[in-house]
Design a protein around this ligand. Structure first.
Ligand SMILES: *Cc1c(COP(=O)(O)O)cnc(C)c1O
Length: 495
């Protein structure tokens, strides 16, 4: 029987997985949710014997029920191949009593690769299944990492084009260089004069523009989203949580059935939501620790039950988490409100109108799985330095936010539960912030000299993704105001 997906904002009929992937966002502006979260149909001991690819198949088949076995396996084998620099795909490194789940071994050395290397294949397959003739235009707002990972995933994939908007002054120099050097006839990268939320709001408006959709359709195009709201991103992210538990079981680090905690550096709430799904599928997870940087909307939310985006936007050294509206939180709101679209709509209306809403006591009770906290810039830097001095292991700024929050959590609760920490980026992606945290003397060095120095002190080879951009020419230099996003899109498509 097929699993259907419903919008979080209306009680309209459900759609199949392939249709939800094609649409990205539901027509009413809501996010697609499966009617129920499926349970694992194999034991974790069986998972312990599986490769990453086999695990991916076992998880994804439960969600993407209208894909055939051959289709899914084809997508998986195209995604998780030699683009990753390790056969394990997502290896676990134990340091300082924490299991760092390294999600940065893909093409762009950040965790977005885990889902974005498979999304193009899921999308093309979905288009075929639904007899879509239009060319698919991926429209994405990025706070840094999604953009490059999406560009890398979609570049020169037949039947697709991709347009990426990023905040011109809100990403790291290496992140920007990665994007504006992107090859591929079907790629288009635009810097906007605004922050990530402006970019995301602009993209949402384009998706909601019916007249534009009509014009596009006549010209043989249709939009789709590669943002983390697409279930084609959410589902592949569940895989590594199951895989990490099974690997710890296999290596004897945990007993069968032993509960673990998971800590995730959080921005749009997609990655940690995948961990929540894993828990509800049957992985023994106790706490889901939601780590924020100084944009601590989520910490305040878990602390008070009030979501309030009315505050100054802070540019931090973990830019992929500089977010005031965490889109995927809507899915948790919907679930904890009893899968009640009408209740969810009221909150989302309040968020749009006043920038805030308050959830009820019963909903807070339903969120007990979560613990939220945040790390200041200083705490983040101190964490990088301390861990390096203690173990020689160097983590990036986002991962460090999670590590800092984990130590706060342990101090506060004295909880000794073994913990998996989602390491979301390679330190080479945020070299300057990372090296400055270790010693301010590094600030005098130029970007690529710093990269070499990091490689030396960490005793880690410079990743291919960084080597490639050292000398790559800039191929994209469009900059626009947030009001002009629509005309830029139309011009690129020639409509
Ligand atoms: C995107 C990203 C995050 C935040 O993940 P969400 O799923 O948006 O919560 C954290 N760290 C890095 C490096 C990222 O690229």
């Amino acid at each position: 029987m097929d699993l259907f997906y419903r919008s979080t904002r209306s009680n309209s009929d459900g759609v199949k997985a392939s249709q939800a992937i094609l649409k990205g966002l539901a027509e009413d502006g809501g996010l697609y949710m499966p009617e129920s979260i499926p349970c694992l149909d194999k034991s974790l001991k069986e998972f312990a014997e599986m490769t990453y690819q086999e695990t991916a198949y076992e998880i994804m088949k439960l969600f993407l029920t209208d894909f055939t076995e051959a289709e899914l396996k084809d997508c998986i084998s195209k995604a998780y191949d030699s683009k990753f620099d390790t056969k394990q795909i997502a290896p676990i490194v134990e340091k300082d009593n924490t299991y760092f789940l390294e999600l940065f071994h893909g093409a762009t050395i950040a965790f977005k690769d885990m889902a974005l290397s498979i999304l193009p294949h899921l999308l093309i397959t979905s288009a075929k299944k639904n007899n879509v003739k239009n060319e698919i235009v991926i429209l994405t707002a990025t706070s840094g990492d999604t953009g490059k990972a999406a560009l890398a995933g979609f570049a020169d994939v037949k039947g697709t084009r991709i347009i990426v908007f990023y905040p011109k002054n809100g990403v790291s120099p290496i992140q920007e260089k990665q994007m504006i050097t992107q090859k591929g006839e079907n790629t288009f990268v635009v810097g906007i004069t605004g922050n990530f939320d402006d970019a995301q709001t602009g993209v949402k408006q384009l998706f909601g523009d019916r007249a534009l959709a009509e014009t596009m359709d006549q010209a043989g195009f249709q939009f789709s989203s590669a943002n983390s709201i697409n279930i084609g991103r959410l589902v592949p992210q569940i895989v590594y949580y199951v895989y990490s538990y099974a690997q710890l079981l296999k290596t004897g680090n945990i007993e069968n059935g032993e509960k673990i905690n998971i800590v995730v550096p959080t921005g749009n709430f997609g990655n940690i939501l995948a961990a929540y799904f894993a828990k509800h599928m049957g992985v023994p997870i106790a706490k889901l620790i939601c780590a924020s940087n100084e944009n601590k909307v989520l910490y305040d939310f878990f602390d008070t039950g009030i979501y309030d985006r009315n505050r100054a936007f802070v540019l931090t050294s973990s830019p992929s988490m500089d977010i005031l509206i965490s889109s995927n939180l809507e899915r948790l709101i919907y679930l904890t409100a009893g899968a009640d679209a009408n209740r969810n709509v009221e909150f989302m209306k309040a968020l749009a109108a006043e920038g805030k809403y308050e959830i009820s006591a019963d909903m807070r009770e339903n969120m007990k799985d979560f613990y939220g906290n945040y790390a200041s810039e200083q705490e983040t830097a101190d964490t990088i330095k301390t861990l390096f001095e203690k173990t020689g292991y160097i983590i990036d700024t986002h991962t460090a936010v999670a590590a800092a929050v984990l130590s706060k959590y342990k101090k506060e609760t004295n909880d000794k539960t073994k913990t998996v920490l989602a390491s979301t980026a390679s330190p080479f992606k945020f070299t300057r912030s990372v090296m400055n945290a270790i010693d301010t003397k590094y600030d005098a060095m130029e970007d690529f000299a710093l990269v070499d120095e990091l490689s030396k002190i960490a005793k880690v080879k410079v990743p291919k993704a960084i080597e490639e951009i050292r000398t790559a020419p800039v191929l994209h230099n469009t900059i626009c105001d947030k009001e002009d996003m629509k005309s830029v899109v139309m011009k690129f498509l020639g409509v």
